[in-house]
Design a protein around this ligand. Sequence first.
Ligand code: SF4
Ligand code: SF4
Length: 322
Amino acid sequence: MSSRHPQSAPRLDPAKFRDPRVTARGEPRAAVALAGLRTLWFNTGTLCNIACRTCYIESSPTNDALVYLTAAEVAGYLDEAEAAGQPLEEIGFTGGEPFMNRDLPAMLADALERPARYRAIVLTNAMAPLRRKARALLALRDRFGPDRLILRVSLDHYETAHHDVERGEGTFAKALDGLAWLAREGFTVHVAGRAAFGGEDESTLRAGFAALFARHAIPIDPADPVALMLFPEMDAGADVPEITEACWGILGKRPDSVMCASSRMVVKRKGAARPAVVACTLLPYDPQFELGATLSEADRPVPLNHPHCARFCVLGGAACSR
Ligand code: SF4
Ligand code: SF4
């Protein structure tokens, strides 16, 4: 994902998104309660093997603002979710590059072997860190089958140049090679692309990806919005309306359709004694979205007090999973 700043976009009114209770116009701000924890994300750490120009979480080979989670810490949260009877279906791992964390295979095995038969999804750039874990990945595939383990590979665009300008020269070829290897080995693969590259409309983008997938025997249906997820650009400085309680009725949208009604993310900040639970994957650093140390502490309403809440979740409809 990214945080581009198109100069043409009107800039955000600084009076907006100041008070979690009310909007700049004094109206009650919308909040979203946890309707049931269905997806639990773990940020395994912000370190990454590359430094993309517009990485929304500012990952790089040196940024360890979010440090590596351990398999024991992940197990503690899975235990808590199980004990609380949460309707958990999916365990997500994001970074940074999750395969930089040496505990990732153990975390995946833990998620996949639990009796609830969770799905596990890893967001990866499919480059060297993933390839170094090839043997462990193949062992997971052999033990659990390919259906419940999904590797979502970031491929910004179907052409080399657009991807490489964001991620560094030669990165497209390496990511594509990793994606093709995963496909050849029978893993379930998805691709995360970007919706706003080069001014192309969605059907042009999907057609471009379709041709790429066909050339490399990658079994992804390019029309499937989850298997080929095209993310909108993230510009927290661009103007966007605030979401009031009245908006739900005006928009005909239900609060429980928003990601933070069904998911949370665990992060571990550098220097912190223990991990923390934040409202969602989109806002890992903003302290007002840190909800507590445990899942039960984090079971409370989230005021939609950030431009991302309005742009992606309520007005734009970005979805992170099925
Ligand atoms: S590969 Fe992903 S996590 Fe790493 S720098 Fe690029 S966008 Fe950020
Ligand atoms: S960006 Fe805001 S509305 Fe969207 S999931 Fe995160 S906290 Fe909820």
